[in-house]
Design a binder for this molecule. Structure first.
Ligand code: HEC
Ligand code: HEC
Length: 487
């Protein structure tokens, strides 16, 4: 059976814990902030010129006089519920240290040949620079990574790991979800208690996926030992997690790291949930990026964006309709939409070679071809874009929105790497099926000339935090298992 289909069942989303900084008003719910923003618009416009307002909130404007474009843009941002993202809680450094080791250690894969960072490389925008990922058995890194003999591409593009600390809906189809703290995951009641967030719960799953990390039964690991984790049945998640903990407990470096991170827990009582919580602590600590030009602009610095970026932002939050879905601090509503993305890859579950996205979770026809709106922070670093990676430039992504229907129908697979071109589905029947369910916001073309597209791309570039680039080189020289890190 296709291991991917194992990870399916349920969820919906929400996004919580916004830091409200707009003159003390606002709402924790981006949808409310988005639709009920008219009073806030007035309030924000006032803070720009009123010296008395300067000390009332975190998002105060520091320049004395703003130009009309800034007044318009701040009103548009307010209307779209754009507030400063919450700074993540400070993480326990011992858990971060453990999580960092685990993230880069191939010991978590059945064949000891793939780590989380193989597909979420800090130097590749926490992705792998591939349209769809290549898991265990693959050879090489990043764009040069090739499929191993007899292996399949992963069904989807590896999404970035930036700013996921408060995100309650994970994966392109939202199948890991926190519902006010109650976790809903593909493991259902097999999920151990004690996972601290949706992000921690997510880390339980890549290790169970045969194509990503676990391997096929009968595989021999790179150290010539039998892959004992692949030998376990798909349904027996608990034994898979236990077998991984047995591996980690056999490495003295991990015993020490776990003891520092969880001093109250006897080594024999550690479960993979402890590893997962530590991985999440590392992801939160390492990939929280809140210092982009856009953040500084939200924080009140009118000079943080160039004129072109401001024009792009006005389009994004206005006529180009982007903020209908990309709203809030992370530029996502965390809802599911069909934007007519070309289908590329081996497909998911019973509907392979198609990927019906959210439908695989809910079984609702309305959810066919819907995918979670991706957050857009550091988006300039995270290509190729979309769940299936059809576009290799942001110009092409934005160009798609001019007319998603014709963009889908005219999609040219030549922009993909050779070995992916045969995995593109362009049948007219399929395209008609996708377009039946196209999001209503996108049913009428959006007139964007080349200058508009360039302006929007300039704005998207303003979402990049320079520290996200700097952290690219922050990779450990070695990991406790002694397995190679950089290959
Ligand atoms: C073989 C490549 C591969 C490996 C290895 C891998 N991932 Fe991923 N990761 C992906 C892909 C592809 C997705 C999207 C899958 C989907 O949505 O169905 C994903 C999704 C995620 C997400 C969800 C992000 C979001 O915004 O929804 C997180 C977090 C994540 N991975 C972390 C990890 C961690 C932690 C590990 C190691 C335990 C790991 N990944 C190992 C490819 C990989
Ligand atoms: C109807 C909702 C909706 C609208 C309107 C919308 N988007 Fe999107 N956007 C999405 C969804 C959903 C995806 C992911 C689709 C997929 O993977 O199939 C996406 C993907 C993207 C991506 C790729 C991000 C990544 O990490 O892969 C970018 C960039 C983007 N949108 C920018 C824009 C811009 C710019 C506009 C306005 C011109 C816009 N979007 C309008 C919902 C929307």
């Amino acid at each position: 059976m296709n291991a991917f289909s194992k990870k399916l069942p349920a969820s919906l989303l929400s996004f919580s814990l916004f830091f409200v900084g707009c003159g003390g008003g606002g709402s924790g719910d981006p949808a409310i902030g988005a639709t009920g923003g008219s009073e806030q618009v007035a309030a924000a416009a006032n803070t720009i010129t009123s010296p008395a307002a300067v000390n009332t909130g975190a998002n105060v404007v520091t320049t004395p006089v703003s130009s009309q474009v800034d007044i318009d843009l701040r009103a548009a941002l307010n209307n779209a519920g754009v507030v400063a993202a919450a700074a993540p809680a400070v993480q326990d450094p011992n858990k971060v240290a453990l999580g960092r080791a685990l993230m880069f250690d191939k010991i978590l894969s059945g064949n000891k040949d793939v780590s989380c960072a193989t597909c979420h490389a800090p130097g590749l925008g926490t992705g792998d620079a591939l349209s769809v990922s290549i898991g265990t058995g693959g050879v090489g890194a990043g764009q040069n990574r090739l499929l191993g003999a007899g292996r399949n591409f992963i069904a989807r593009n590896a999404p970035p790991l930036y700013n996921l600390n408060n995100v309650d809906s994970l994966f392109w189809d939202g199948r890991v979800h926190s519902n006010n703290g109650t976790l809903e995951t593909p493991a259902d009641n097999l999920l151990p208690p004690g996972l601290e967030s949706a992000l921690a719960a997510q880390a339980m799953f890549p290790v169970t996926n045969r194509d990503e990390m676990r391997g096929q039964s009968g595989d021999v690991a790179v150290d010539s030992r039998i892959n004992e984790i692949a030998a376990i049945s798909d349904a027996d998640l608990q034994s898979q997690w236990t077998a991984l903990m047995d591996r980690l407990r056999a490495v003295p470096g991990y015993v020490a790291l776990f003891q520092s991170a969880y001093p109250g827990v006897a080594t024999n009582n550690l479960g993979f949930e402890h590893a997962a919580n530590a991985i999440a602590a590392f992801e939160i600590d390492q990939f929280g990026t809140l210092n982009s030009p856009f953040d500084r602009y939200i924080g009140g610095d009118d000079t943080a964006l160039s004129d072109q970026q401001k024009q792009g932002a006005l389009l994004f939050y206005g006529r180009a309709r982007c903020a209908a879905c990309h709203r809030g601090a992370l530029l996502s509503d965390f809802q599911f939409h069909n934007i007519a993305t070309p289908q590329i890859g081996p497909g998911v579950g019973a509907n392979a070679p198609l990927d019906l996205g959210r439908f695989e979770e809910t079984g609702q026809n309305a959810d066919r071809f819907r995918f979670r709106t991706p957050p857009l922070r550091n988006v300039s670093l995270t290509g190729p874009w979309m769940h299936s990676g059809p576009y290799t430039s942001l110009e092409a992504v934005v160009g798609h929105y001019r007319n998603p229907a014709t963009s889908l129908q005219n999609y040219n697979a030549n922009q993909l790497r050779g070995d992916l071109q045969s995995l593109v589905f362009t049948q007219q029947q399929l395209n008609a099926d996708i377009l039946t369910n196209l999001d209503p916001v996108l049913r009428t073309p959006i007139p964007l000339n080349n200058q508009d597209v360039a302006d929007i791309v300039a704005f998207l570039n303003a979402l990049t935090d320079p520290t996200a680039v700097q952290r690219a080189t922050d990779v450990p020289a070695n990991v406790p298992s002694g397995l190679p890190v950089n290959d």
